[in-house]
Design a protein around this ligand. Structure first.
Ligand code: CP
Length: 369
């Protein structure tokens, strides 16, 4: 069965097809109004959300289907100690497809391994948020008319921003993409994103902490929130939270057709005076999110299981010899899970946790635990 846990699971062709369907839905919504009649979507949100949960629910309703679910962990039996695996097995008895957000990284993957219905990752900690990336790609396609030949500025929290990592991954597969990575030193893009995505794919990028320096070169400016919930030190968050505030003055050298994006929620990163600028696309981006989720629900709910061959992992694995050191990994709360590490780079001897993809580079590092 096909799930969507990580944007990398979709080919460029599949993403193009989803964008095509989303645009068709935007143009001819009535054609799709009964496509999911008698189907049910469960939204399981163990972490707060406005856009993702409500857009999934609106998407299913506009396809003629029904929705059920919960919006916080404390209103589910998770508060009594029920595991993700048992919750998913249960909800699969009621729903045809599940969209799930969880603070622990790798939780949707664990769910997909146990589920009898398709699972969509609606955000797992600081790890992945593939439907936000699909939303961003549809936004870029609609606003710029292309997904190639673009200079993209990414600004703010590039360390914890899961949407930024996934967007870099997705855009790196298109031609002539350049990135300007704008952040304070403490919130720079992780080394593995630079090494394994940007450098591996020979993508041009510049790192800077100056928001205005390259403004005149940008086709897209993607602002992000400093992710308070991912900081272990509140004082560091308070020091960094207002690093960048986009306002009309800072846009004075920007191109006339710049597209300003933000996954939202915004806290303070974009002054409200920018909202009336036609280049501000972030509320249109919210709307695109519903249409691309409609296209995704259609794809997964109507999949022909016979055509979906399960992929076997042939990479070397280490099982139950060491534990993941990432405090946000799902293995820290799901007691029955095997601790699995996959050799993702033989040359550099890099193992990653199967669930949260936390990297360990040191040879024999686990012997020191
Ligand atoms: N962009 C996004 O994921 O927003 P929510 O947290 O409101 O779902």
């Amino acid at each position: 069965m096909r799930h969507l846990i990580d944007i990398k699971e979709l080919t460029v062709e599949e993403i193009e097809e989803l964008i095509k369907v989303a645009k068709d839905i935007m143009q001819f919504p009535e054609k799709y109004s009964e496509k999911c009649k008698h189907k049910k979507l469960a939204t399981l949100f163990f972490e707060p959300s406005t856009r993702t949960r409500l857009s999934f629910e609106a998407a299913m309703m506009e396809l003629g289907g029904n929705v059920l679910g919960f919006s916080e962990a404390k209103s589910s039996s998770t508060s009594k100690g029920e595991s993700v695996s048992d919750t998913i097995r249960t909800v699969g008895c009621y729903a045809d497809i599940i969209a799930m957000r969880h603070p622990k990284e790798g939780a949707p993957l664990v769910a997909s391994l146990k589920s009898t219905v398709p699972i969509i990752n609606a955000g797992d900690g600081g790890h992945n948020h593939p439907t936000q990336t699909l939303t961003d790609l549809l936004t870029i396609s609609c606003e710029k008319g292309r997904l190639d030949n673009l200079t993209i500025g990414l600004c703010g929290d590039l360390k914890f921003g899961r949407t930024v990592h996934s967007l870099i991954t997705a855009m790196s597969r298109h031609k002539n993409i350049k990135f300007v990575l704008i952040s304070p030193d403490e919130l720079k893009i992780p080394e593995y994103v630079k090494e394994e995505i940007l450098e591996k794919n020979k993508i041009e990028y510049i790192e800077t902490n100056d928001l205005e320096k390259y403004m005149d070169e940008l086709d897209i400016l993607y602002m992000t929130r400093v992710q308070r919930e991912r900081f272990l030190d509140e004082e560091e968050y308070l020091r960094l939270k207002d690093s960048y505030i986009l306002n009309n003055l800072k846009l004075k050298n920007a191109k006339n057709d710049l597209c300003i994006m933000h996954p939202l929620p915004r806290v303070n990163e974009i002054s409200t005076e920018v909202d009336s600028d036609l280049r501000a696309a972030y509320f249109r981006q919210v709307k695109y999110g519903k249409y691309i989720r409609m296209a995704l629900i259609l794809k997964l709910v109507n999949q022909n299981n016979e055509n979906n061959v399960e992929k076997n992992n042939t990479k070397k694995e280490i099982i139950n010899e060491m534990k993941c050191k990432n405090p946000s990994c799902i293995t820290t709360i799901e007691q029955e899970l095997d601790h699995v590490f996959i050799l993702t780079d033989e040359e550099k001897n890099i193992y990653r946790c199967k669930y949260c993809e936390h990297i360990y580079k040191e040879e024999n590092w686990w012997k020191s635990i």
